[in-house]
Design a protein around this ligand. Structure first.
Ligand SMILES: NC(=O)c1ccc[n+]([C@@H]2O[C@H](COP(=O)([O-])OP(=O)(O)OC[C@H]3O[C@@H](n4cnc5c(N)ncnc54)[C@H](O)[C@@H]3O)[C@@H](O)[C@H]2O)c1
Length: 284
């Protein structure tokens, strides 16, 4: 259900645009009895996705490297009435990932959905001259190898339940040449698109769908602070480049992810869903 309400656009010191759309979570339990694993599940977008899955009946396993935020996220999921488990795992470590996925499968009795949200530019510099080898290793390893490790680990469990859905996280920075993030991030997020398509082809016969989401700028956590600190003219520049002329609500990323994971997307695999307010409209 989508409700349209008037609200302040708190990201800008601008007059509020005519309308700000807040997408309220679906109320039906599309994922009752299913188990969803969310990597980066205590981050800005991942934690919102985890909550939405719980609200729609899923059991939720979250993976993250940050013990403190992970504990908070699991407690919040349980407080909403969900069945949830969190494990501190670095997605770069395939043995640790395999072990975690096996633990979740024993705990929940099944695995139906993976949302691979762990990633980002991870504090690495944007300027070419400042990027070290360690920076590019980090960004490629967490985003691409981490997604690969997690996807490969869940597939045997999805086969046991005759199908599943994997949602990978690309970015507007992987779809075009965004100036906001650097070359390593663009490389990693483009790499995730190739991974998504190739994997979709491989596991389609097992009724496992693999799709990517490519969000534009969502002002989660650290990004909100960075954005608020920009001079007004730069913030306006960002806003003006978005045809919808507003910044998104977090649920406007969450709901497309849930859609890709749901039966409503049952004939979609190997696709990329651009969620960027029209800022980038790739021709292919
Ligand atoms: N926020 C945006 O504007 C935006 C736009 C496009 C794409 N994305 C992508 O969406 C995803 C989530 O972004 P976010 O804004 O919620 O970021 P975030 O930093 O709030 O969350 C990322 C989470 O991943 C975890 N993480 C980092 N390295 C890890 C590792 N090695 N193993 C396990 N967990 C690890 C972090 O601890 C954090 O909780 C990322 O892949 C990001 O690139 C975000």
């Amino acid at each position: 259900m989508i409700s349209v309400i008037r609200a302040e656009n708190k990201a800008f010191d601008l007059p509020a645009p005519d309308k700000v759309i807040r997408v309220t979570p679906m109320t039906q339990a599309r994922f009752a009895g299913k188990a969803a694993i969310i990597t980066g599940g205590s981050g800005g977008i991942g934690s919102a996705i985890a909550s939405a899955f719980v609200d729609e009946g899923a059991m939720v396993g979250i993976i993250d490297t940050n013990q403190e935020t992970l504990d908070k996220s699991v407690s919040a999921l349980v407080a909403r009435g969900g069945r949830a488990q969190g494990l501190v795992v670095d997605v770069r470590n395939h043995e640790a990932v395999n072990e975690a996925i096996s633990t979740f499968a024993s705990h929940f009795g099944r695995i139906d959905i993976l949302v691979a949200a762990a990633g980002g530019s991870l504090g690495t510099p944007r300027d070419l001259d400042q990027i070290t080898e360690a920076d590019i290793d980090l960004v490629l390893d967490v985003n691409v190898k981490g997604t690969f490790n997690c996807a490969r680990a869940v597939i045997p469990y999805m086969k046991k339940v005759n199908g599943g859905a994997i949602v990978t996280f690309s970015s507007i920075g992987g779809r075009g040449a965004s100036p906001v993030t650097g070359v390593p991030y663009a490389s990693a997020k483009s790499g995730i698109l190739g991974l998504t398509r190739r994997l979709a082809r491989e596991v389609g016969p097992d009724n496992i769908r693999v799709n990517a989401i490519a969000p534009g700028l969502f002002l989660t956590g650290r990004l909100q602070g960075m954005f608020d600190a920009l001079p007004e003219n730069e913030r306006n520049e960002v806003l003006n480049a978005i045809p919808l002329k507003r910044m998104p609500d977090i649920n406007e990323c969450v709901q497309p992810v849930l859609f890709l994971a749901s039966e409503a997307a049952s004939y979609m695999t190997g696709t990329i869903l651009d969620v960027n307010g029209g800022r980038l409209m790739p021709s292919s």
